[in-house]
Write a protein that binds this ligand. Structure first.
Ligand code: ADP
Ligand code: MG
Length: 253
């Protein structure tokens, strides 16, 4: 989509768990070429929102539109195929597999090849194409020289980057990251921020769901703040940082 066109539109989305309203009529959108941060203190409803957008959870009401299409009732796989790729809060790589094979496994979703535990059962041509594509993706994130190392041998910061390479194997329009900076050291966070800026340069649109306000502050174009399931504020990072209600929410959380 052309720069500035909506990629993701979240409209009055609500999710209840019994009597608890985890996400309460939240609306925001993400436009092509943007990096948007969704932040908030613990329990604000960020992960629930992430799961609603990626199709892991069903909305109670409201609409999630992706590239103009109603995605509210699509499965995780269907949403991924439309071009919305995700990473997981807890890295779910296969530590005993090479970086390359980890990324090749990310192409399954797109090619429709069966996901077979421990094996890569693609036909030969398909497999070659997938490996070529995976190597390109590793290059895109700066890990090509480690393609044949085992994923489990990487430090956490690079495992996070590998996870992103795997998501990129879907050739997504939108990349959604759940707490990408969690557990990383300062240097690793900086490297991750640099990579995300580069991916945006490459044409990707990015939504970052993150508790760490400092990490998103210098990275994103726009911030949406959630508190107690509701959208508290939306604005540019500098304005959000100074906002007394946001500061209070973070101190209280
Ligand atoms: P955040 O990611 O911002 O910390 P969550 O989305 O994880 O917040 O949680 C928001 C609220 O929804 C919390 O009160 C949490 O306990 C509740 N919640 C989240 N998932 C479930 C679930 N599967 N069942 C019941 N309550 C849930
Ligand atoms: Mg969370």
């Amino acid at each position: 989509p052309p720069r500035g066109e909506p990629v993701l539109e979240v409209e009055a989305v609500e999710r209840r768990f019994g009597g608890l309203i985890a996400v309460n009529k939240v609306s925001f959108d993400v436009r092509a070429g943007e990096i948007v941060g969704l932040i908030g203190p613990n329990g604000a409803g960020k992960s629930t929102m992430f799961n609603l957008i990626t199709g892991t959870l069903a909305v109670s009401s409201g609409t999630v539109r992706f590239l103009g299409k109603d995605a509210s009732r699509l499965s995780q796989r269907e949403i991924a195929r439309l071009g919305c790729a995700r990473t997981f809060q807890h890295v779910k790589l296969r530590p005993g597999m090479t970086l390359l094979d980890n990324v090749v496994s990310g192409t399954y979703l797109r090619t429709g090849a069966g996901y077979i535990k421990g094996g890569l059962r693609l036909d030969r041509l398909e497999e070659e194409r997938a490996r070529h594509e995976a190597l390109l993706r590793l290059g895109q994130v700066g890990l090509a020289d480690r393609a044949h190392d085992l994923a489990g041998d990487l430090p956490l910061g690079q495992q996070r980057v590998l996870e992103i390479a795997r998501a990129l194997a879907l050739d997504p329009v939108l990349l959604i990251l759940d707490e990408p900076a969690a557990g990383l050291r300062k240097k690793e966070k900086d490297a991750l921020a640099t990579l995300l800026r580069k991916l945006r340069q490459d044409g990707l649109t990015i939504l970052i769901v993150e508790h760490d306000m400092d990490f998103v502050m210098n990275l994103v174009d726009r911030i949406v703040v959630m508190v107690f399931g509701q959208k508290l504020r939306e604005g540019d990072p500098a304005t959000i940082r100074k906002d007394p209600a946001v500061q209070e929410a973070y101190l209280g959380g």
